[in-house]
Design a binder for this molecule. Structure first.
Ligand code: DX5
Ligand code: ZN
Length: 225
């Protein structure tokens, strides 16, 4: 696996010109497309739903990483799976029966992921770790792009790495929020497998160079766990 995987978020793109955003992501050499789904309840903004994912699926072969910031995500699983999402990640904070939701995602042929907001400790999801393919550690409070990374959240990445090796599990660890050139080396010290990038990617004059720049610290930074 290429390390780290880069997942630009279309949250910071022009939704009315999604073709250009997708071309930019593909031409940059990034690995995944991150799709921030917000329902106006779990987080205040509303972005888009499964129809948008379906339309994006027709336009790219890159893996689609759907991040559901929605209440009762179990009600959405079927539609997002049908739309062609590869990963479906939800917040256990928004779902009473998180294990059932994971099973639903897997049964629909998608890879289940769980995400935790900054105030949620890793211990809350510990029982779920053997069942998921991805842990998305929010490094900002969800809802908006362009916020500053909260450094204490990176400690959760290190903790998850330790638990992963104890369990001999192979879930990916992703970070989301405030990731960009100014935080690349800080993030690399915690060594997440996936870097989600919204505003830094879409405001960059040269996204391909940015992608390389984000990968560079992994070649030189050792593990600090
Ligand atoms: C925030 C979203 C993020 C967002 C990150 O709630 O989950 O994926 O796009 O944006 P930046 O990279 O600008 O912090
Ligand atoms: Zn996200």
């Amino acid at each position: 696996m290429r390390e780290p995987l880069i997942a630009p978020s279309v949250l910071s793109a022009d939704f009315a010109d999604i073709d250009s955003a997708l071309r930019l992501i593909e031409q940059s050499g990034a690995d995944w497309i991150h799709l921030d789904v917000m329902d106006g309840h779990f987080v205040p903004p509303i972005t888009f739903g499964a129809k948008m994912v379906q339309d994006i699926r027709k336009r790219t072969r890159l893996p689609l990483d759907a991040h559901l910031m929605v209440e009762a995500p179990e009600r959405q699983v079927e539609d997002f799976a049908e739309a062609g999402a590869d990963f479906i990640t939800f917040h256990p904070e928004a779902c009473v029966h998180a294990h059932r939701c994971i099973q639903m995602i897997r049964n629909r042929g998608c890879k289940p992921g769980i995400s935790i907001v900054p105030s949620t400790p890793v211990s809350v999801i510990e029982e779920l770790l053997p069942f998921v393919e991805l842990i998305l550690v929010m490094t900002v409070n969800p809802g908006y792009g362009g916020q500053d990374l909260l450094p204490f959240c990176l400690e959760k990445v290190k903790k998850l790495r330790r638990i992963r090796s104890e369990l001999k599990a192979d879930f990916l660890i992703s970070v989301d929020g405030g990731i960009g050139p100014s935080t690349a080396s800080q993030a690399a010290q915690a060594r997440p497998d996936v870097l989600v990038m919204g505003s830094a990617f879409f405001s960059s004059p040269d996204p391909a160079t940015l992608v390389e720049q984000m990968r560079a610290p992994y070649a030189t930074t050792g593990l600090v766990c």
